[in-house]
Design a protein around this ligand. Structure first.
Ligand SMILES: *Cc1c(COP(=O)(O)O)cnc(C)c1O
Length: 478
């Protein structure tokens, strides 16, 4: 074989950030929840349950939640913020609201509440889950850029503790509904402060060219404040800012906090009111691959407490009670998705051979890679491999070439049909964004602890999936 061809075939299509593994069977612990380990035989186990048993008893694909890990992360957030913003340090306390949109079901709502966190919702459906789980209304927030009359009415009936108002239209709508009910609605204003943060970067002068929030620079936020102050049926509790998602850079939060606190001081001065609360949003980044470097929870809390105290000193105001809204950072690391391999193909690319490993799910259970170019890692989960590591790409079963779950990873080259593959970090924005593309039913979420395993979301049956088609008259029992 001519040297240049041999060279081509031995080249690797691995991206530069992906290191060649010393031991392809080893787990990188920081990517996995804390009760996940690999046994000596290479079988991944979660809280003592081998995934081979999980696959046999519960099927694949399945999202597997390490429940104790989830609860521990919720408590860590609560404790870190309670500590950093504690009144003993001259601060006014802090609350953590779990962002339910990341992943919500009644079990999760209950665990979040038991851990002492509030719960953010952004639709009627999410509020119904919170209510059914027994979360008291005052612990619930309602977001959304286009809340319906039904949603606002439900929120007031439920006694939601904060409605984060997103537009001038919504102020009118909420006032009318509150007046009709003879109640006073608790309101925070969502302000866009011109900061847009992503991963390692932020833009301090972002165009406020987006559907969310009331813009600071155009004066819309000030106008909304005036409207809320002037209403007998709205109680003005504070301001809210959310600057992005999967953020590793603290400075975006610092700039946003400074701007929102400045606006708070202006509003309090202009209208002679007190605004007791400021919410700094969510977006705290997590580790999907070895290249991600999240800021430890305590460090982030301490830095935010510092900047809030400093800004308030400079403005000559009191320090408001702070809240934050992590979703991904609490739920994503606690979950992995378990798939079974169906077909394996070696494909020759310009830079070498890439092995396509096709599994029994795909963009219907994890659309983030296709939608946002998200990166994931994965591991062979049912055995050790003695083969050379190969560069693999995990793809789904859908009729779309963008149906990719893990773009680049090393795995033993002998990966074969019947093997199990586990993808960590799938707790957030996977099951909530699941869909029925190609009429594939959505997978369940299995909560696993030392005590056992139970569905907290059951796998969708064919009968359930097809029930919206009036023409489906043949049996759909499976
Ligand atoms: C999406 C969202 C969150 C949660 O974001 P994460 O990245 O999951 O932490 C919090 N607050 C608001 C307003 C959001 O839209």
């Amino acid at each position: 074989m001519p040297a240049h061809i041999a060279g081509t075939l031995h080249a690797t299509p691995a991206p530069v950030w992906l290191p060649y593994p010393e031991d392809v069977n080893a787990l990188l612990p920081s990517l996995w929840s804390r009760n996940v380990v690999k046994n000596a035989d290479g079988v991944l186990t979660v809280a003592g349950h081998p995934v081979t048993d999980i696959a046999r008893d519960h099927g694949t694909p399945t999202l597997v939640m390490d429940v104790d890990d989830f609860k521990a992360r919720a408590r860590e957030y609560r404790d870190a913020y309670a500590h950093a913003f504690s009144p003993e340090q001259g601060r006014s306390g802090a609350d953590v609201f779990y962002a339910g949109k990341a992943f919500l079901c009644t079990a999760v709502a209950r665990w979040v509440h038991e851990a002492g966190l509030g719960l953010d919702t952004c639709s009627l459906g999410e509020m119904m889950i919170a209510r059914a789980a027994g979360v008291p209304g005052e612990m619930v927030g309602l977001h959304g850029n286009n809340k319906s009359v039904a949603e606002l009415d439900y929120a007031l009936d439920y006694g939601v503790g904060r409605i984060i108002v997103d537009s001038l239209d919504e102020i009118d709508r909420l006032e009318t509904i509150a007046a009709a009910r003879g109640v006073v609605a608790p309101v925070m204003l969502r302000v866009t402060v011109g900061v847009e943060a992503h991963t390692h970067d932020f833009i301090a002068t972002a165009h406020e060219d987006q559907k969310f929030g009331l813009s600071l620079s155009s004066g819309m936020a000030a106008k909304a404040a005036e409207a809320v102050v002037g209403s007998a049926h709205l109680r003005f509790d504070g301001l809210h800012s959310h600057i992005g998602s999967q953020i590793f850079d603290i400075s975006g939060f610092q700039v946003a906090a400074a701007r929102v606190l400045d606006l708070r001081a202006q509003i309090m001065r202009t209208h002679g009111v007190d605004l007791p609360e400021v919410d700094l949003g969510g977006g705290f980044g997590i580790r999907y691959t070895s290249q991600d470097t999240p800021i430890p929870v305590e460090e982030m809390a301490a830095e935010l407490a510092e900047v809030v105290a400093k800004e308030c000193r400079g403005l000559g105001t009191d320090v408001p009670r702070i809240s934050i809204e992590p979703g991904r950072a609490i739920v994503s690391p606690a979950v992995f998705t378990l798939y079974e391999v169906g077909t394996v193909k070696e494909v020759h690319t310009d830079t070498g051979i890439r092995t396509y490993v096709a599994v029994d799910g795909g963009m219907s259970d994890n659309i983030r890679t296709a939608l946002y170019d998200a990166d994931y890692s994965c591991s062979l989960a049912n055995r050790n491999s003695n083969a050379e590591p190969a560069i693999i790409r995990v793809v789904g079963k859908h009729c779309e070439s963008g149906d990719i779950i893990v773009r680049d990873e090393y795995m033993g080259a002998d990966v074969a049909p019947g093997d199990l593959v586990a993808v960590p970090g799938t707790g957030a924005y996977c099951r909530p964004l699941a869909n029925n593309y190609n009429h594939v039913p959505r997978p369940g979420v299995l909560a696993v602890s030392a005590d056992g395993a139970e569905w907290i979301v059951t796998p969708e049956s064919y009968a359930q999936m097809l029930s919206t088609d009036p023409g489906m008259t043949t049996s759909t029992e499976t």
